[in-house]
Write a protein that binds this ligand. Sequence first.
Ligand SMILES: NC(=O)C1=CN([C@@H]2O[C@H](COP(=O)(O)OP(=O)(O)OC[C@H]3O[C@@H](n4cnc5c(N)ncnc54)[C@H](OP(=O)(O)O)[C@@H]3O)[C@@H](O)[C@H]2O)C=CC1
Ligand SMILES: C[C@H]1O[C@H](OP(=O)(O)OP(=O)(O)OC[C@H]2O[C@@H](n3cnc4c(=O)[nH]c(N)nc43)[C@H](O)[C@@H]2O)[C@@H](O)[C@@H](O)C1=O
Length: 319
Amino acid sequence: MDSFMSDKTSKIFIAGHRGLVGSAIVRKLNQIGFTNLILKTHSELDLTRQSDVESFFAQEKPDYVILAAAKVGGIHANNTYPADFISINLQIQTNVINSSYINGVKKILFLGSSCIYPKMAPQPITEDALLTGPLEPTNEWYAVAKIAGIKMCQAYRLQYNWDAISDAFSGMPTNLYGPNDNFHPENSHVLPALMRRFHEAKVSGAKEVVVWGTGSPLREFLHVDDLADAVVFLMEKYSGLGHVNVGSGKEVTIKELAEIVKEVVGFEGELVWDSTKPDGTPRKLMDSSKLAALGWAPKISLKDGLVDTYKWYLEYLKQ
Ligand SMILES: NC(=O)C1=CN([C@@H]2O[C@H](COP(=O)(O)OP(=O)(O)OC[C@H]3O[C@@H](n4cnc5c(N)ncnc54)[C@H](OP(=O)(O)O)[C@@H]3O)[C@@H](O)[C@H]2O)C=CC1
Ligand SMILES: C[C@H]1O[C@H](OP(=O)(O)OP(=O)(O)OC[C@H]2O[C@@H](n3cnc4c(=O)[nH]c(N)nc43)[C@H](O)[C@@H]2O)[C@@H](O)[C@@H](O)C1=O
């Protein structure tokens, strides 16, 4: 197996490079000196179109692929657009993984999500909890697509002995946040949604901010720059049939998260809980000891990461 880090001129296709995760990976690769990144916007290359993806790979012949393009959203988007979440994700990942194999890609990293695990999985969740129980209904369509992606990487390794020449494997990040997140009022994840709502309430002088659910669910958050660091680490160090959890190991209730975001933004009013909105999974803390045993650890605390993200958000609003 070639060393990923040994040749900084390798051709690396980062699919989804303008999103939260893809943009952080591009920042990281630029920072460590990679010079040959292949980047295509959604309008330049729609990854759901099989023949376009096949032509692109045949022409570009990337050495490495990091698959961070997907249909992504928070609890409301997942619950409202189940057909989009299952079909777009199955199409993107099937096209990209298959074309990577056909064109001799040395290593592809497929990004899944912690929602692949059963709703009531024992906590912290180890990689072997996969397919041991029913999924959380609000995101089962997305989860089924992501599970298919993991299984596709495994199947290609097994049938084609892909590992002998090259490699397909999967990383499962926990809930992420940071620069270039999606701040849509309804379709985003909780952290950017609350940052925007608190900011707008502060600016307008509103007395209250509505937060969804009961506030009791627990979530584990990881700054996307830590994730990008873990991705590069895994590209260099990991080759195996099993997927790898990538988490911070630290969890907070949604109520605690709301209080921290409120403080970082500087909103001084009250929180009002809308219990007609779903809570989703009660708890999803991942066990990331497999990754820790390889020698990786996160560096950015939730408080520091939030301060950094709010600074970014204020700059973004000026654009
Ligand atoms: N955000 C999170 O909390 C977590 C994310 N992940 C995983 O990380 C990966 C990236 O997520 P994230 O960065 O948050 O998502 P984003 O929505 O921020 O970015 C996704 C990117 O994929 C692109 N894309 C979507 N559809 C297509 C398409 N048909 N053709 C080409 N490009 C497309 C989008 O472009 P455009 O916007 O132009 O459509 C966008 O640049 C996903 O696999 C996700 O499952 C895992 C755990 C948590
Ligand atoms: C990463 C992961 O993200 C999704 O799962 P999720 O963790 O449930 O995502 P979420 O961030 O949207 O919500 C977390 C919690 O927060 C509460 N909550 C409060 N107020 C708001 C709010 O204003 N917006 C949102 N979105 N949630 C809110 C919300 O009710 C829930 O209890 C998956 O669908 C799937 O995409 C996936 O893999």
